[in-house]
Every structure is written in C-alpha cells, then in structure tokens.
Design a protein around this ligand. Structure first.
Ligand SMILES: Cc1cc2nc3c(=O)[nH]c(=O)nc-3n(C[C@H](O)[C@H](O)[C@H](O)COP(=O)(O)OP(=O)(O)OC[C@H]3O[C@@H](n4cnc5c(N)ncnc54)[C@H](O)[C@@H]3O)c2cc1C
Ligand code: SF4
Length: 891
C-alpha cells in the first residue's frame, strides 16, 4: 500500500483538531483534498491500510477526516465555510485563491470523482470548464446556488428519499448507500457556484460529442473521465436467465432509477434467495442493497396490489399475468404481509423492526468468491464494508467457481451450481469437480470492469490502445512518450495523456479510465489533482493571458443552447401513438439513421400523484425525423408500458433528458442496393429516416409493414416517401388504402406468406409479377418480435431461399430492456449471440451498441428471457399508471 494517494497532511490535521482548531483542521485537509466530502469514512482507507504499525489497530483516519468536515458543516454557515475554503485556502502553497478567468477552456467527459476533481482544480486556475456526463443530471434549485446557506441541514435530504441528482458517477449510483450522498450535493453545489463552470447530463462521449466537436466549440483541452465499463457476462450455461443480471445494472436501477423509493415506477424484480458472484466492493454493496431493496419491493407490491384489487377486482389485476408471475406475486404478497406484521410488532414494542430474520427465512443473500475472504478486493480495499455487511446478515462462501445456473419450470434462475476450489499453493488454486448447489432465484454478477474505452471502438484510430486500456503518455515539450513501468499512482511520471495529437491539441485521461488510477474514489480524485499541473504545463504558452467576460458569456450561452433538450411539440397521432418533437441541437447533430436515443423526464419536474412520482424509466427511441438547422428530433412514442404512457404528460418547453445518439448506424451503400425493411409499428421510425436516406443515396427500398389494424398507420404519406414499394398488411379490420399503383394492401396475420405471394406474383389479381423482385434484395432489416425473427431465420434457409439469391445480410432487432444505453456501463442490455452452425452461445454483446444484429447470430430465447426479467412489476406498474392517470382530470 502506498498510503493516502492524495498525500493528505494527516498528522497536521490531527494536531489542529486536537487543539480545537476545527476550521483550520478542515483547511489542512483541504490543502491536498478540497473534494474531501467524497473521501473519508465509508469511502477510502488507503491511509489506514498503510499504517506501519501493522500489529495494532490503526487510527481511524477516514472517520476523523469526515468528522473534521461534518463538525465544520454543522456550524452556522458551515456550507459557506467549506465553499470558501474551496476557493480560498491560505494554507495552500499553490492555488490558495481562485485565479481570474484566463480565457482557456477545458471539456471533461464524465462527472465522477475524477472529472469533478479536475474541474475544481482547473476552475481555480482560471479556466472555463464544461463537464458533461451520459447520466441524467438533475438541476439544483437556483436558490441554493445564489443564496448563502445558513445550515447544512437545509441541504440534507433523507437518504431513502433524496433526489438522485445523477452527479458524481459511480459515487452516486454505485457506492454504498451507507455513505452519506448528501456530500455529493455539496460538491455539486460548490462547483455550480463557480462562475466559469457549466455541467450537462445526458451527453454521450462518442455519440453526442466527439473530440473534434470540442475543438470546433473552442475548447483548448479535452479530458476523458468516463470511468470503468464493460461488465462481462459470465459464460456459463443458463447465464442471464430471468433472475440473473449484472450487479451494475441492479445498482443503477436501484439508485439512479429510484427503484429503492416507495414512490417510484421503476421496475426491478428481485426474488430470494439471492447470490452475488464476486469479491469486490461492488459485490458487497449489491448484497446489502438487495436485502434492503427486497423489503421495499414486497412492501410496495403489496400496497399497490391492494389498491388495484380494491379498484378493479382481483380478476382484472391478475388478467394477462403468466403462471410464473402469479407465483412470484403470491410470494411477494406473503412476504409483504410479513414485513407489515414485523413493522407493527416493532412499533408496539418500541423496537427497530428485525427484517434480517425474515430475509434469512426467505433464503438470504450470499456472496460467492473464488478465493478466501482475505484475498478478496473488498477486504483489501475496505474491510469495514465487509464487516458492516456481516452485521447486516450477509452470508459469504469462499473458494467456489460458478459452473452453471439451474432453471425452474418457467426457465427462471433457481440455483447456482458451483465447483469447489482447493488451494494448491499460496498463489494457485485448483477447481475440483465437487458440486455445490446454492438455491438462487436472483444472481448478480460483480466480477469486475475495465477502463472504459468504448470511444475507440466507435471511432477507431483516435487513440492507441494496449489491450482493453488506453496507452498513456507523458508530454515533454510537445513530444509524447509512452509512460512505461508506472508502479503506482504516486509516480510523478504516470502519463496523463492519450496518444491523441492534432497540432498542439491533446486529450488526457483520468480516474478509472486510467490504468494507474483505476479502482477507487480516492485514486480517481488523486488523478484529477495530479493531472491539472500537467495540463498547465501543456498549455503554458497560452497561460497568463486574461479572458474577457463578454467573450465568456457568448461562449457559455452558445454551449447552453447546444446542450439543451426541451419539448418543442407534442402531438397525439393515434390512440396509442404520441409524437414528440424535441429541440436538442447537439443531440441532433450527429444522428445517423438506425441510431436511437434515451429519453426520460426529470424527477425535478415530474408530476406527483397519490404519492407516486411520475418519472419515466429510460425509454429507447429511434429518431423518426431530424432537422439539423432547427436542432430538432422527432420521436414516435408507442404507448406500451408505464413509462411510454407518461410521455403525453410532458409539456411544451419542459426540459427533458435526451441522451444520444447511440447504437450503430444502419449501413447506406454507395453502390445502388435494394433493401427490404419489414416490421411492425416499431419499424415506422426506422423507416422514416433510414428509408429516406437509402433512397436519397440512390438505393431502392421495399417496405413490408405488418400492423394489427389500419389505425396503427398514421403517417402513410411520409412512409410512402421513404419506400419505393410498400406492402401494407393489417391483421384485422379495414385494410390500408394504398395511394400509389405500385403499393399493395392485404389482410393477413402471416407476413411471410404475404412475402411469398408477392414473390410469386399472387398478391394482386391484376399483377402477375413483382415490381421489384426479391432476387434483387441485398440487405434486409427486420424490426419485429421474436416470433417473426425466428420464422424469418428459418424461412431464409428454406422456402424464401429460392428468391433471396443474393444471400442478403439480414439484420434483426434486438430491442429489449436497456438502461444507461452508454455502450457498456450498466450492462442491462447484454444479449447472447449464438454460433449459427451449432446454435451454441458464443458471446454476450451490448445490445445498446448493436441493436440490429445479424439474424443468424441472435439468440432469440435470450431476447425473450430478457423481456420477462421484470414482467410482474411491469404489469403492476402499467396498471398503477392507468389507475393514477384516471385521477388526473381531478387535479
Ligand atoms: C458498486 C461500486 C462500489 C464501489 N465502492 C467503492 C468504495 O466503497 N470506495 C471506493 O473508493 N471506491 C468504490 N468503488 C470504485 C469507485 O466508485 C470508482 O473507482 C470511482 O468512482 C472512479 O471514479 P471516476 O470518476 O473515474 O469514474 P466514475 O465514477 O465511473 O464516473 C464516470 C462517469 O462517466 C460517465 N460516462 C461513462 N461513459 C460515458 C460516455 N460515453 N459519455 C459520457 N459520460 C460517460 C458515467 O456515467 C459516470 O458518471 C465502487 C465501485 C462500484 C461500481
Ligand atoms: S483521503 Fe482517504 S486515504 Fe486519504 S487520508 Fe483521507 S481517508 Fe485516508
């Protein structure tokens, strides 16, 4: 261990605190660690671990450090004292006061601990800083920014009800809730109060913004602080079956998605017993959160179920629920009643309810690790977290290697089968064939992540990678040199820069994205602290000038305009379709047909009805239209599911969180191709933009649209402009009336049979051969449910084969659940692919990166499994929203 990565002056702090100099002690901490609200108790203990007196209990420095902070915060105007010390600290030998604006601008991608620390130091040096993050960042009340705060308490929100501001990266959505996240609000506030800082959420590095954009916008330096990503699927039989997910997915839905709150609509279905795979802090946090969440979940389910049954009757509530969901519901109701009873008992006896006993009765939560607990990263990094977890009743099993997931009769996870491991010598372990079967109806994978290098996969050739990490460099007088053999994060030559060099432009990398600082919050903060002097040296020739206020205001207004996203227009198009036009200039800038966006309303502006916050879960939406000069995007929202139904409540002018574009673009060939697009109502949006772009580039488009009824087709004229030939298929009712002679309209529930009829010239009495033969088709896009995808995969190799002579590439939609949509951060969208020959699973890919995949590679079963992860809760939320919306006219 190397001790505190920030080299905080610990002894000096102790002496000042001992002598009753509370504010001076805090000033001493803040000499090296102005971001101390994000360190200390519950977060880091590198200082303690490195204590040279290993045979006695070390002084609990983190706790003392945090106490030094909270003692000041609890003084009258304590927030202001902290805030002042961030700007003016006479104990500091550098940066003792904030310098005036120097006219230079830095853009930082990622607002986790690394990003916000670097922002702070650069602001003190007089830079203008724009930070952005892919997460939704909620605004802070203006009053907090502009008016002094007398009491810290007025800033503090109760931890189970606080607004998830989305600021602070993993510190916000991952790290233990036993840490007081009001500290993040303090940091957020202190940065927002700095005059040359702007921050924007819902902005994806690589999609919404590229490095080149930053130069175009006038930035002098770019920083990558996007943390770690790419959680890996566990490649064992049964992996990712309903009930099994990535720990990051769970934690993000729980905290950022607000599932933990009783008033939220976020669906996150968890059954007990639960097993967490992995010995890191993520595993420990997940384990304790699962326990706490389970109680909230059954409580909430019972309360909503009772209201719904009272209003609609049990039959109506249970209608459309499958057998598996009914079984889970019954269990949740029994457990919900037990929770209620325990609460009543505790109240009657004036005690705290003992939910651990109940959790244990229901199977409990177990962490499974491959080695011993002492070797686990959680023990090494922060053993106190493990201690707390045991106090909360978590079970721990050592030396087990997950081997497979057993499924129940519904195909849901039932048990995790592991193989016992034996230690061969101090470093080596051997996996035996001895099986240990752990009952597990929920399984969470927390087996680690890697530095986030998604940008390089999307914009190949921008940065040099070594394996899955960016190569990092030192810059000496304009020359980049690889930083070799960096032993630890205190090495002076750690290499803050990527390989990027365009004239004098450089891009640096910090925090979890940097291999040397990867791993914990205090190292991320240290990376910010150690990188800013290197940026100063890099830009030394431009430093020393003074910036102009007027120039900054013009710049800041322009940036604010580019990053905004607000509702420009809402129009109901059919009974189940609302069209949204959103003004979002930057989001519109890079859109390419085939890509999509993540839409959510802000919790701050979300209506509240009957103790429920009408906040949407993230909705994935394909843009149906883009108008770059106006900076607008149009989306077709099909009102299926609780969140989609909330779109109609959005107001013109309301700011929304629109993140994107994301996903890969659809290919537009330069040699004239014939493309078949076939799909249900969901395909309309893709057709609007992709069809039009294909035709514009000289390709031909055949559209086969299959709909339930004619009413689902509300934009016939626009569709006609996007396709050369259309076959309208409706299942029931009146058929669509084609306007153009080349188009067809039929009533059928079998779109493939219709395709064959078209190919054989039997679709229309007066036409005996197709206008565009299927043999011309070069590429096919299928946007439909798995039933159609499966059938098409079979048909292309059998009865459609004789027409598909060009062996077209067929892309099928893998539109299932997604959360962050940042290409590999939360991993909710992990989707198995199969070997087309053997049908065996090969690898899991991020569907948000690749939503339309080669049909022969798609594991259709896995799409269906992913769709039923939260089925019961989705059903109840849907009914709950309907129930709440009926109350709207009264409001
Ligand atoms: C569950 C969990 C528990 C942990 N517990 C502890 C602990 O107790 N103590 C400790 O010290 N460390 C802990 N860690 C590790 C610690 O959280 C990280 O090391 C630290 O947050 C890294 O900071 P960062 O700023 O580099 O990255 P992050 O905190 O990951 O922030 C990166 C930000 O970049 C954003 N981003 C990602 N991709 C994009 C993109 N393409 N465009 C725009 N923005 C993007 C993300 O949304 C995120 O907000 C834990 C980690 C996890 C996951
Ligand atoms: S920042 Fe963390 S590691 Fe450094 S002294 Fe404080 S508690 Fe210890």
């Amino acid at each position: 261990m190397t001790g505190c990565p920030l080299e905080e002056k610990i002894s000096e702090m102790h002496i000042l605190k001992r002598d009753g100099q509370g504010i001076a002690a805090l000033a001493m901490v803040m000499v090296d660690n102005p971001m101390c609200p994000a360190t200390g108790h519950r977060i880091c203990n590198d200082c303690m671990k490195a204590c040279i007196y290993q045979k006695q209990d070390p002084v609990n420095i983190p706790q003392i450090e945090t106490r030094v902070l909270t003692d000041v915060l609890s003084l009258p105007w304590g927030v202001e004292i902290y805030d002042l010390l961030t700007r003016w600290n006479p104990l500091r030998q550098q940066q003792w006061a904030m310098k005036p604006y120097n006219g230079l601008k830095v853009m930082i991608a990622g607002m986790g601990p690394a990003g916000f620390t670097l922002a702070h130091h650069l602001l003190l040096e007089g830079f203008a800083v724009v930070g952005f993050d892919g997460l939704k960042i909620e605004p802070l009340p203006n009053q907090l920014i502009t008016e002094p705060i007398y009491q810290f308490d007025s800033l503090v929100e109760s931890l189970d009800q606080r607004l998830m501001a989305g600021f602070g990266g993993v510190a916000e959505y991952g790290i233990t809730v036993r840490w007081d996240k009001n500290f993040l609000k303090l940091i957020y506030l202190s940065l927002l109060r700095k005059p040359y800082f702007q921050v924007f959420g819902s902005t994806r590095f690589g999609g919404t913004i590229t490095v080149d954009d930053a130069w175009e916008m006038g930035f002098d330096h770019f920083v990558i602080a996007v943390g770690a990503g790419l959680p890996k699927a566990l490649s064992i039989p049964g992996s990712l079956a309903p009930g099994m997910r990535q720990a990051n997915d769970f934690l993000m839905a729980l905290q950022l998605g607000n599932a933990a709150k009783t008033n939220s609509l976020t669906n996150l279905q968890v059954c007990l017993p639960a097993v967490i795979i992995g010995g890191g802090l993520t595993g420990v946090d997940t384990a304790t959160e699962v326990q706490a969440y389970y109680i909230t979940q059954v409580d909430k389910t019972l309360a909503r179920y009772e209201t719904l049954v009272e209003q609609q009757g049990e039959e109506a509530v249970l209608k459309q629920l499958d057998a598996a969901s009914i079984e889970i519901l019954e269990e949740f109701l029994v457990h919900g009643r037990a929770v209620r009873k325990e609460r009543e008992r505790a109240q009657a006896t004036n005690e705290q309810p003992n939910f651990i006993k109940l959790i244990h009765q229901w199977g409990g939560v177990t962490i499974v690790y491959r080695r011993t607990i002492q070797e686990s990263p959680a023990y090494i990094n922060n053993h106190e977290e493990l201690q707390k977890a045991f106090e909360e009743g978590i079970y721990y099993l050592e030396a087990l290697e997950p081997a497979s997931v057993d499924l129940n009769q519904f195909g849901h996870a039932e048990a995790l089968v592991c193989h016992r491991r034996l230690r061969k010598n101090s470093d080596e372990w051997q996996t035996t064939q001895e099986e240990v079967r752990l009952p597990a109806r929920a399984i969470f994978v927390a087996t680690g992540t890697q530095p986030n290098t998604a940008y390089e996969f999307e914009h190949r050739g921008t940065f040099i990678r070594v394996g899955l990490q960016y190569q990092h460099y030192e810059d000496t007088d304009g020359e980049l040199a690889v930083a070799h053999g960096v032993a630890h994060c205190k090495d002076a030559h750690f290499g803050p820069f990527t390989s990027y060099q365009k004239n004098d432009r450089r891009v640096s990398l910090i925090g979890d994205t940097h291999p040397v600082f990867h791993g914990n919050v205090v190292k991320a903060i240290a990376s910010g602290m150690r990188t800013y002097p290197k940026i100063l040296t890099l830009l030394k020739e431009k430093l020393g000038r003074s910036g102009h206020e007027e120039e900054y205001q013009t710049f800041a207004n322009h940036i604010a305009h580019l990053f905004k996203a607000e509702i420009a227009h809402i129009q109901r198009r059919t009974k189940n379709v609302v069209e949204l036009t959103i003004q979002a200039p930057l989001a519109a800038k890079h859109f390419q047909p085939g890509q999509f966006y993540r839409l959510q309303n802000y919790e701050t502006f979300a209506p509240q009805i009957n103790h429920t916050t009408l906040q949407m879960e993230p909705l994935a939406l394909i843009a149906a239209e883009v108008n770059r000069p106006l900076g607008t995007l149009k989306f077709i929202v099909i009102e299926k599911g609780a969140s989609a139904k909330l779109c109609k409540l959005l107001q013109v002018g309301e700011p929304v969180s629109l993140m994107g574009p994301t996903g890969v673009r659809a290919k537009i060939a330069s040699k004239h191709e014939t493309v078949l697009i076939m799909g249900n109502q969901l395909s309309l949006a893709l057709l609007h933009t992709y069809g039009a772009a294909l035709r514009h580039a000289g390709n031909r488009v055949i559209y086969v649209g299959h709909f339930k009824t004619k009413e689902e087709v509300y934009c016939q004229d626009t569709i006609e402009q996007s396709a050369d030939l259309i076959i309208w298929i409706t299942e029931t009712g009146e058929p669509v009336s084609p306007v153009r002679p080349e188009d067809y309209s039929v009533t059928s529930d079998d779109c493939l049979a219709v395709l064959v009829q078209y190919a054989t010239g039997k679709l229309h009495a007066e036409k005996n051969q197709p206008e565009i033969p299927l043999s011309d088709i070069d590429r096919i896009y299928l946007i439909s449910d798995t039933h159609i995808l499966r059938r098409f995969q079979e048909a292309r190799n059998t009865y459609l084969k004789e027409w598909l002579v060009k062996k077209p590439r067929v892309h099928g939609s893998v539109y299932s659940t997604m959360q962050c949509m940042l290409k590999g951060v939360c991993a909710q969208c992990l989707q198995w692919q199969v070997d087309p020959k053997t049908g065996k699973r090969t690898k899991a890919v991020f569907a948000c990166s690749w939503p339309d995949q080669p049909l022969e590679l798609i594991d259709f079963d896995n799409i269906e499994e992913r769709q039923i992860q939260n089925r019961l809760q989705e059903h109840l939320s849907n009914l709950w929203v309907d129930h709440l919306l009926t109350r709207l006219p009264e409001l």
